[in-house]
Design a protein. Structure first.
Length: 394
């Protein structure tokens, strides 16, 4: 194997292309799933469809190469006050979407271990899809808060900028929309088959928490996960069954149950690096070994988390490639049609951040006037002001 092939950083063109290929597949699958977000849609079927489509799209690329590829994060569909990781099994009680529900979709794709991960929030349209009325109230507030916080994070993800700037701007945007960042959520640097837990950006930093600040550098890749809530932002587990797990590569234990041995072998072969859904384990007998695998820390559960009843949670998640010329956001989807009573337009600090270009070419680095929300930067990603009826998810 040549030195170039062994190099797994973004300055290797082959690595860059694999990230981009994963991002293209994520865009294709995500938009297909979004088109199926309708009143009466089954959450189980949406999750199954997302995972199946990822596998079928991955099969079309690098067909002559024996690269591992597929699901890097199973499709999850979390509604209203559910924070995340809701990915039901066929034998779970059926759950269906209703018009007006605030829906968060989360999934990931990898090609040869290079991951593109995305999360997006939408509103289930009314059965009469021709309505021109925007969603208002707290749903609009939390969607705007999460969206603008994520856009600020994107613009601050530049070589020489500090991670602490992103932590601070998330809190500031949240305050404007009377929302709170969800505790326990992090954005982080990623690489091939790996999440760097040393370079993490907390969604919210507790006053007594330790945080090792760092500066962004060229050729790094980050997964940003911005989740805000109309409530306190302190999610808890309920009695909802956990279905998403991740293999812990650092733990070794000699399992006793044959079912546990089978499950661990299956996961080690098919999902050695990335989270998986129990839906992907076709032999149901293997689930009998789940408890032993978890109790000995061979598998880490990703539990379904909830805000208080009546609250709403919004998420925007995306992968950013930091190249010498730009901070490239790989995922961008149509925004829901909402209108909030609050605005970032009168906050000078946020406007200065929103005026930053993600393109670091010579022309983009010329001094620019601070933007209003009505006049947002469209390079290199297309934006829509959330209160303008120009785009809808239908």
């Amino acid at each position: 194997m040549s030195t170039k092939e062994e190099k797994t950083t973004l300055d290797n063109p082959a690595v860059y292309e694999k990230y981009r290929a994963a991002g293209v597949i994520l865009d294709t699958v995500f938009k297909d799933v979004l088109n199926n977000v309708k009143h009466g849609a089954s959450i189980l079927e949406l999750c199954q469809h997302g995972d199946k489509l990822i596998l079928s799209e991955c099969a079309k690329v690098y067909a002559k190469k024996k690269y591992p590829k597929g699901v890097a994060f199973p499709t999850c569909v979390s509604v209203n006050n559910c924070v995340g990781h809701f990915s039901p099994l066929p034998d779970d009680p059926p759950v269906f979407l209703k018009a007006g529900d605030l829906v968060k979709i989360d999934m990931g794709v990898h090609i040869d271990g290079y991951m593109a991960s995305g999360g997006h929030t939408c509103i289930v349209p009314p059965e009469d899809e021709n309505t021109e009325n925007p969603t208002t109230g707290r749903a609009a507030d939390v969607i705007c808060a999460a969206y603008f916080a994520s856009e600020c994070a994107l613009r601050l993800c530049q070589p020489g900028r500090s991670a602490s700037e992103i932590v601070n701007i998330i809190s500031k945007v949240a305050q404007i929309f009377k929302c709170n960042p969800v505790r326990g959520v992090i954005s982080q640097e990623i690489s091939r088959n790996h999440v760097d837990e040393k370079k993490i950006i907390p969604n919210y930093l507790e006053s007594n928490a330790k945080f090792e600040d760092f500066k962004f550098e060229q050729y790094q890749v980050y997964c940003f996960d911005i989740i805000l809530s109309t409530g306190e932002g302190k999610p808890k587990e309920r009695d909802t069954r956990t279905t998403v797990f991740k293999k812990n590569r650092d733990e070794i234990y000699r399992l006793k149950l044959k079912a546990a041995q089978f499950l661990h072998k299956e996961v080690s072969t098919r999902y050695p690096y990335f989270p998986f859904s129990l839906r992907a384990i076709e032999d149901k007998r293997a689930r009998l070994g789940l408890k032993e695998c978890v109790s000995h820390n061979l598998l880490t559960p990703l539990p379904v988390l909830w805000e208080k009843n009546g609250e709403l949670v919004a998420q925007f998640k995306f992968t950013v490639l930091i190249t010498p010329t730009q901070s490239f956001k790989m995922n961008s989807f149509p925004l829901p049609f909402v209108s909030s009573d609050y605005s970032i337009d009168n906050d000078d600090e946020i406007q200065q951040v929103m005026a930053l270009s993600t393109n670091r070419s010579a022309s983009a680095n010329k001094k620019k006037k601070p933007q209003t929300t009505e006049q947002m930067d469209t390079t290199p990603v297309s934006y829509t002001h959330l209160t303008l009826p120009t785009k809808r998810i239908v």
